[in-house]
Design a binder for this molecule. Sequence first.
Ligand code: S3P
Length: 185
Amino acid sequence: MLRENSKTVKDHYPEHNLVLVGFMGTGKSTVGKILAKRMNRTFIDMDRKIEEREKTSISTIFAEHGEARFRGLESALALELAVTTKNVIACGGGIVLNEANLIALGMAGVVICLSAEPTAILERVSRNNNRPLLGGDDKFEKIKTLFEARRELYAAINHQVATDGHTLEEVSDLVETLYCNVAGK
Ligand code: S3P
């Protein structure tokens, strides 16, 4: 249900974390920031938190220590967040690769998957070059290959919001409504 005035803020939200997952470029961080502000919650971007702690970029972690090191940091953070409340959490796109991450994040939160088609993803991720898995030439091929490899992992998430054709405000409204319906039960 879309509201005419998306600035309307409820008095009370459930305490569960709102956890956003989805492929790179589906709007997790932007929507997460909008909703954290609207719901008066703390916004946690897992990638940024890892960068802060490691004092270096995700790209550098991948380049110097390998993807496995990054996945370890990501899983450790997911476990920490399993015992928190009242956060809006934007996960990195690869969080679904380890089922234990989703179990941990789902313990204290409602996990919602944002989806988008590869063409829309290409448009969104082309704006910057900070995604090591999409580095080099032919980003679109890389997106399509990863997208296919992960399709079922994203599809297995119970709660889904399709973002194509919607503005970020509309996506935020859809996510908020879904979160309240699920967490309010
Ligand atoms: C990754 C997605 C990135 C980041 C890392 C790996 C992935 O996050 O965690 O580059 O495996 O899909 P975003 O989804 O925020 O781009």
